[in-house]
Write a protein that binds this ligand. Structure first.
Ligand SMILES: [Zn+2]
Length: 189
């Protein structure tokens, strides 16, 4: 279901923006994540993609007990939407579901609900194997017209994450921008 939303997002964005950016293609930029926002009627979808190195502190597959525990802890933390974002109270948004996945979670036995597999190709020898965390948060908002901004709280927790590039699809068009620890507010209208 989430992937379908992502697909819709890309399609909408393609229509709405002349220079649509791909969601995630090729190696990511360390310290930079991607944040996608879709508001469709009362449904709000937030999608976060971030380098594993910025979230878990390492990007290789977890091997030691300590690393595996770190992945569990990080995944549980990311799933707590209220720790990652602050939405305007006036919008009356309630979290319906949060889902987190990524290569490191697959490595410790995480199964996707929709049965798909990431199918990452093994990196060529000597190359850095990139891994990411992917989190999707779905809300219903009683007063979506009051969703004027989203404050991103990730930077306080994940110090290596310096910037999120965001893209939003709203009923009246698309917006895009960047947020950082010093300027963590996504202004939607
Ligand atoms: Zn990487």
């Amino acid at each position: 279901m989430w992937r379908i939303h992502t697909f819709i997002f890309v399609s909408l964005l393609g229509l709405a923006m002349a220079q649509a950016q791909p969601l995630s293609l090729g190696p990511h930029e360390h310290g930079v994540g991607q944040f996608n926002i879709v508001l469709d009627g009362n449904e709000l979808l937030l999608e976060l993609l971030a380098p594993a190195g910025d979230i878990a502190g390492f990007e290789h597959m977890p091997v030691t007990v300590k690393e595996r525990m770190t992945v569990w802890r990080v995944a549980a933390q990311l799933a707590k939407a209220e720790r990652q974002f602050a939405l305007p109270e006036a919008a009356g948004c309630a979290l319906v579901k949060a889902e987190v996945d990524g290569e490191q979670m697959e490595a410790i036995g995480h199964k996707h609900e929709d049965g798909h597999d990431h199918g990452h190709a093994a990196p060529a020898q000597g190359m850095h194997a990139h891994a990411e965390y992917h989190a999707v948060y779905r809300y219903t908002c009683a007063r979506p017209q009051a969703l004027g901004q989203i404050d991103v709280k990730l930077f306080g927790q994940y110090k290596a994450l310096g910037k999120l590039r965001w893209q939003a699809v709203l009923s009246d068009g698309a917006r895009a921008g960047e947020v950082t620890g010093n300027a963590p507010r996504v202004v939607l209208r």
